[in-house]
Ligand binder design. Structure first.
Ligand code: ACO
Length: 315
């Protein structure tokens, strides 16, 4: 009988641009204020890239930190999946540059695009390759420069986003790790959040968003995706040690926690420091949370597309 393989998180890492912009800094050029941003979103500040930053650079640094934490050499990585909605170029995949910068010479590398749910989508893909026994070490990275896509004159969107990268090294194990991933899409939400290229063909456009529609949909689908994960694994809310949600709005996260009865001390909140870094919010949150071996971690994300999903992980 063949062995049952699991993917376990071997190590986490993150990387942020140095420059920090506080809410009050934005109020100098925009009709906004710290109180509005803080109470409506939970955001206090965000890290914003300089000209010399790139998704590849942040992604490489985050991945290097994950490799160090996992004590795995770059040369032993089999696959690199970068979740990003802000790649350095339309082609080639930014993951290829990360592969080169890491010196991960035997790894295949590619990008996937599922916006804010990108990390969970990438984690799910990586998990399939490890579970079959095809791969031993897979780097899953979420890296974004959202600041290059926001309209800095649009106060309803630009205050929400930040730049950054997070990464995990997934390794093959005979002990349980990722218990399940569930992915969902509803393209009926396609025009609720998108980057508009219409007037600048072949150039990078700006984010257009129906915030209220996304807000209520996010609460509903994140709640249902978490229930799906728990039911699939025969687990209860009380089994959860950490709820790590995509960080788009603290009120969304709090609503999901309250509806499900997840205590606030088990609900990870990092949006105050880093804002919405799209595919990077979950791996950044994992990197800054003190998760113990054996803890049950539930991930959930929802974003543009609409695309959403959940993952249940035994740490
Ligand atoms: N500062 C001050 N006032 C503002 C700002 C601002 N930055 N932005 C909007 N306002 C004003 C509006 O103009 C409006 O004024 P009015 O009443 O005079 O018309 C008022 O504040 C209320 O605006 P709403 O849009 O109704 O505010 P709401 O409470 O819904 O909060 C928000 C808006 C924060 C965007 C919320 O709807 C939200 O977080 N939605 C989810 C968005 C999201 O998650 N996006 C990312 C998805 S993930 C991804 O894929 C990238």
């Amino acid at each position: 009988m063949s062995a049952t393989f699991w993917s376990v998180i071997g190590g986490c890492g993150m990387s942020l641009p140095n420059k920090v912009i506080k809410n009050n800094d934005l109020a100098e050029t925009l009709d906004t204020n710290d109180e509005w941003i803080r109470t409506r979103t939970g955001i206090e500040q965000r890290h914003i890239a300089s000209q010399s930053d790139s998704v590849a650079l942040l992604g490489t640094n985050a991945a290097n930190n994950a490799l160090l934490a996992a004590k795995v050499a770059a040369a032993d990585v089999d696959m690199i999946i970068l979740a990003t909605t802000s790649p350095d170029h339309f082609m080639p995949a930014t993951a290829t540059k990360i592969q080169h910068q890491l010196g991960a010479t035997k790894a295949c590398a590619f990008d996937i695009q599922a916006v804010c749910s990108g990390f969970i989508y990438a984690l799910s893909i990586a998990d399939q390759f490890i579970k079959t026994g095809a791969m031993s070490n897979v780097l899953v990275i979420g890296a974004e420069l959202m600041s290059r896509m926001v309209d800095w004159n649009d106060r309803s969107t630009c205050v929400l986003f930040g730049d950054g990268a997070g990464a995990v090294l997934l390794r093959r194990s005979l002990e349980p790790g990722i218990l399940s991933t569930h992915l969902f899409t509803d393209g009926a939400g396609y025009d609720m959040l998108f980057v508009d290229h219409s007037d600048e063909k072949f150039k990078r456009g700006k984010i257009v968003m129906n915030g209220r529609a996304i807000y209520s949909t996010a609460i509903n689908v994140m709640e249902s995706s978490i229930k799906t994960a728990l039911t699939h694994n025969n687990l209860n809310i009380t089994d959860i040690d950490w709820f790590v949600a995509h960080q788009a709005n603290k009120r969304i996260i709090d609503s999901v926690s309250t509806k499900l009865g997840i205590p606030s001390e088990k609900t990870v909140v990092t949006i105050n420091s880093y804002a919405n870094t799209s595919a990077a919010t979950i791996p950044i949150s994992l990197a800054v949370t003190n998760i113990n071996k054996g803890d049950l971690v539930i991930l959930s994300a929802m974003g543009a597309g609409y695309a959403w999903g959940s993952a249940a992980i035994r740490w």
